[in-house]
Design a protein around this ligand. Sequence first.
Ligand code: AMP
Ligand code: GLY
Length: 425
Amino acid sequence: MKVLVVGGGGREHALCWRLARSPQLTRLYCAPGNPGTAGCATNVALAADDLTGLADFAAREAIDLTVVGPEVPLCEGLQAVFAARGLLVFGPSPAGARLEGSKVFAKQIMAQCGLRTAPFAVCERLAEATAYIGAHPGARVVKADGLAAGKGVVVAADAAQACRAARDFLEGEVLGPAGRRIVIEERLRGEEVSVLALCDGERVLTLPSCQDHKAVLDGDEGPNTGGMGAYSPAPVLGPELQRRVEEEILLPVVRGLAAQGTPYRGVLYAGLMIVAGEPYVLEFNCRFGDPETQPLMLRCSADLLPYLYGAARGELPRQPLQWDDRAALCVVLTAAGYPGPYRKGQPITGLEQAEALADVAVFHGGTAHDADGRLVTAGGRVLGVTALGEDVAAAQQRAYAAVRAIAWEGLHYRRDIGHRAVGRR
Ligand code: AMP
Ligand code: GLY
């Protein structure tokens, strides 16, 4: 089978790394890919949002399955462009991608399907928004409707800050059209967990739980990032809660979308808050998480390809996926300054020593080769150092041992990835 992976970050490197082991694979391409994916796939110089270019390539190369990493091409309609040319995509249709592309749509479908989620209002005018915030003492979370690359959610400390966020989105035009409608919702307090499932339009196959760490500094301080690390499994979600998440959240959404005539095929990612033992939905994403995919791919011990292919065709295999019983943990190494402005082009050393450690994989997120052929930093999230261990604590030790081998000027990482799981013991 010929497969094309779309994207060029750590998530896509981890997907390529796993898919490259499939006995059914004949060719693997990654567009645009990165120096890491070049080790297990053929990189193709096409941007992830060049929908026509990608479809032309897939048609010309007779690609059997295109697996999409990032949300932007999915929300812009990649699946529909491909389907119109008879090309198969693992990733939802544009209608399904609205689960991530529109917070208003997501909250409305959560309400329709009776999912537990924070009480909310949808506002288009500042006066309505400030009135709602004033009348609801818990309503402190303000979300822009559209995609905002992680900048569209403000968890406010008080009403004044919530009103400022509403004004910035609705009238300040800080996000452009993405902020013309907002969701205001109650602030929930609890522990966050991510549950991802493969969906074929009808059935779901829930993957092991994971937890990511969004804040840039230890102790969950500082601004939010795309994710500074992740691990799996997340002990906050025991088997019983996991079963309830599948039955009370994932299946109802998948059935709801099918009933609307828009069956959902691809990864459904539920961002949850566990409040007093009850799972609440914070958000849906329409794709694999980054960096959650890195530990998941290390733990996946089955041939993943038939599952992605089956889901895309509406016929997920009946057998469950096989997972390594051990835990996996990923530490993201970033450029100094990220998530703000950061420098690029710093030479990276120690990668071979890190990769030589047993049960360690280093996934590239933002790297490049410079004119002299040296590996240099080229993004905010540069590498995802990922390790397996008997439990989260052991995976954590091994990952950090590998991290210590790697260096560049201005390297930053959190030293406490996995602290909730380790602290629980
Ligand atoms: P979202 O993109 O909707 O997941 O929001 C990004 C982050 O904001 C989440 O990962 C949470 O940390 C936080 N967040 C979102 N909604 C809420 C809420 N209702 N209560 C508390 N925190 C929230
Ligand atoms: N790690 C969070 C995300 O992929 O959205």
